[in-house]
Design a protein around this ligand. Structure first.
Ligand code: 5RP
Length: 222
């Protein structure tokens, strides 16, 4: 896949941003292009405030001169732009490939509008080929692993340089290969009922618009 598909859709998303908005800034290599473009617009006079969904996004936004606020300083976010690892025709998503699913979900849940941007390869008929990231607290994680195993997937502890990958919240991630997730809402509820699970990467009923980018510069709206 050509980098153009991510760039084209990432830059397109800024058209939804209006002066004065509080904007949720997602995480990943697609939203990277949105943040770069927003930085340019801010330099040219656009007045927005961003809410970052990860430390890496916070760093990039600061570098691009986008003023940031915390969730404690706002009542609501006007619009959030974020990426996805998989998206289906019902606008249900798997997210968390970059490990930022918890903050992304909190920001999304507190946004009046959510736009997802992704290259066309992320579109699937059934979610589940991409391993579902589940954020778990380190305490007792192996027992949580065994509980998740019973749900019919193959979890693996995400690693980083031979150590467990740590999220921005100090938690672990279990990447769970389900293959086919026929009922995402039900699965998300079951997973989150396991003590030790912080949240999972299924985003159901949260997305308003999906923009899919193609390598030839085309964009499809779902
Ligand atoms: C990070 C995410 C990202 O939005 C997702 O992984 C997509 O990333 P990219 O735009 O780099 O393909 O959920 O936790």
């Amino acid at each position: 896949m050509d980098i153009n598909a991510k760039k084209v859709v990432g830059e397109k998303a800024v058209e939804f941003v209006k002066d004065g908005m509080i904007v949720g800034l997602g995480t990943g290599s697609t939203v990277y292009w949105t943040i770069l473009k927003l930085g340019e617009l801010v330099k040219n006079g656009l007045s927005i405030r961003g809410v970052a969904t990860s430390l890496s996004t916070e760093e990039l936004a600061i570098k691009m001169g986008i003023p940031l606020v915390t969730l404690e300083e706002v009542d609501e976010i006007d619009l959030t732009i974020d990426g996805a690892d998989e998206v289906n025709a019902n606008l249900e998503l798997i997210k968390g490939g970059g490990g930022a699913l918890l903050r992304e979900k909190i920001v999304s849940a507190n946004s009046r509008k959510n736009i997802i941007i992704a290259d066309h390869t992320k579109y699937v008929s059934v979610l589940g080929d991409f391993p579902l990231p589940i954020e778990v607290v380190p305490f007792g994680w192996k027992l949580v692993y065994k509980q998740i195993l019973k749900l019919g997937c193959r979890p693996s502890l995400r690693m980083d340089n031979n150590l467990p990958f740590l999220t921005d919240n100090g938690n672990y991630i279990l990447d769970c290969q389900f293959k086919k997730i026929k009922e995402p809402k039900e699965l998300a509820i079951y997973i989150n009922m396991i003590p030790g699970v912080v949240d999972n990467g299924l985003f159901v009923g949260m997305t308003d618009i999906v923009l899919l980018g193609f390598d030839d510069g085309g964009i499809e709206t779902l």
